[in-house]
Design a protein around this ligand. Structure first.
Ligand code: PHE
Length: 449
């Protein structure tokens, strides 16, 4: 099977693709706003600790399983099992994982469709295309559905081209662009009146908040979502990694880049909110809390751009391009999870599988759009708050208890010859066996209260 599977052509290719998966709306929207409403620097600190202590080891589990099996999550977990029941359990966990990946994509694509709409609206404004501008700003069902469909078509088109020509080549084009746009926007926003106030709000820690269990939970959930854990996306990317690349280093690179970009995004979003406030735009909701949800992205920031005349139009184009790119490189990894299961376990080829899965996901998105009030938040919490941590525990348990120690060592040794003497090998196997599952479970049960 491994002969005609795709493979990333270089370390950079893998890093761009995996970081592309990790860096998404969760980093640029979720992280800064969570930080602002949970004690600023204190949240940042908790997040960094949890990302490296819990999310990184869990990420490593996925990468190790993926590259060891060189297969999708279902086949990989099936092959790890030595008895009929562990094999069956493996397949069940695998199918659950890709189901969750598909469900995440179905709500993610709706939000990404809104980002595309805002982008299109600003471009139409720039070129004076008023009919399009009005339509794109309307709240019609048709607009929600068409823009969501457009986003899914873009995602499918990339996945249909395969690992190297699709995932790798688009991630290596889009990720540098994302970083350049982000940096450019930060430089501009930081020179505006009010920005420093926002920086203070973001960075000065309110340590009293550290004792709140909900802070740790939000930070843990955010870290798992941000590193795309549990749903087979990192596992499948790991399976396309070459044998001579070091897994612990690649995993550390992805974690560093992901947390680094989340932190950097905070340097844009929080100052921008306070610049908006300096312009007289309300940034606190009726409950006295900082706006964090859709109101922030689709009202506060557009109103801010509108006060800035022509520059504002360009800023708006850049900002929504940034959001759309971040969403796209994440959504391709979400789609690759189910597509790889279909292509490797049925006779269907990649192109057919990609369109089929895209179609199913769009159908689910449509159902959510038609029942927005009732379904949207439920699907988000079911997938990201409940399923991702549980799946994370399952994958750690597979590596810790079902995968044999010499299989683990052999896999890690490929690309990292002296691994046996490293700190990583001394700590990590024990860690994923006992500590990670228990800590994730603890955090998880707290959240059920
Ligand atoms: N990591 C992505 C983000 O931060 C979301 C994601 C979750 C991507 C699960 C893939 C799988 O937005």
């Amino acid at each position: 099977m491994s002969d005609n599977r795709g493979q990333f052509s270089s370390k950079i290719g893998f890093l761009m693709a995996a970081t592309g998966s990790a860096v998404g709306l969760g980093n640029i929207w979720g992280f800064p706003t969570q930080a602002a409403s949970n004690g600023g620097g204190a949240f940042l600190l908790a997040y960094l600790v949890l990302a490296f202590l819990l999310a990184y080891p869990a990420l490593m589990s996925e990468l190790v399983i993926g590259r060891h099996a060189r297969a999708n999550i279902v086949t990989a977990l099936d092959e790890l099992g030595q008895t009929r029941s562990t094999k069956r359990l493996g397949r069940a966990v695998g199918y659950y994982g890709v189901l969750v990946a598909g469900l995440i994509l179905s709500f993610y694509a709706i939000v990404a469709g809104w980002m595309l709409s805002e982008f299109g609206q600003s471009v139409s404004q720039l070129i004076g295309w008023h009919t399009a501008e009005t339509w794109l700003s309307s709240d019609s069902l048709l607009r929600h559905l068409l823009m969501c469909a457009l986003f899914i078509v873009l995602t499918v088109a990339i996945i249909a081209r395969g690992v190297e020509a699709g995932i790798e080549s688009w991630s290596t084009r889009l990720m540098p662009l994302l970083i350049v746009i982000l940096a450019g926007l930060i430089v501009y926003v930081l020179t505006q009146p009010g920005a420093i106030e926002g920086l203070k709000n973001y960075l000065i820690p309110d340590f009293t908040q550290l004792t709140r269990p909900s802070l740790l939970l939000s930070a843990l959930g955010q870290a798992f979502f941000s590193l795309s854990l549990g749903v087979g996306t990192m596992l499948i990317y790991g399976s396309y990694l070459r044998k001579d690349d070091s897994l612990p280093r690649m995993g550390a690179g992805v974690t560093l880049l992901d947390t680094g970009i989340a932190f950097t995004a905070g340097l844009l979003i929080l100052p921008a909110m306070y610049v908006a406030q300096a312009q007289g735009i309300a940034i606190y909701g009726d409950n006295g809390e900082l706006l964090a949800g859709p109101g922030l992205i689709f009202q506060v920031l557009p109103s801010l751009f509108a006060t800035m005349g022509n520059v504002g139009v360009w800023l708006s184009i850049a900002f929504f391009a940034l959001m759309s790119i971040a969403a796209l490189t994440s959504s391709i990894s979400m789609l690759e999870a189910p597509v790889s299961v279909v292509t490797e376990r049925t006779a269907l080829k990649r192109v057919g599988a990609a369109w089929l899965m895209g179609g199913i996901i769009f159908t689910v998105s449509t159902i959510i759009v038609l029942n927005m009030e009732r379904l949207f938040d439920r699907v988000v919490s079911l997938t990201t708050e409940y399923s991702q941590p549980l799946l994370g525990i399952a994958l750690c348990l597979f590596v810790g208890w079902i995968m044999k120690r010499n299989q683990l060592l052999n896999e890690l040794r490929a690309g990292h010859r002296d691994i046996e003497h490293s700190l990583f090998w001394k700590i990590w196997p024990f860690y994923v066996r006992f500590i990670c599952p228990v800590l994730i479970l603890l955090a998880f049960t707290q959240s059920l209260r």
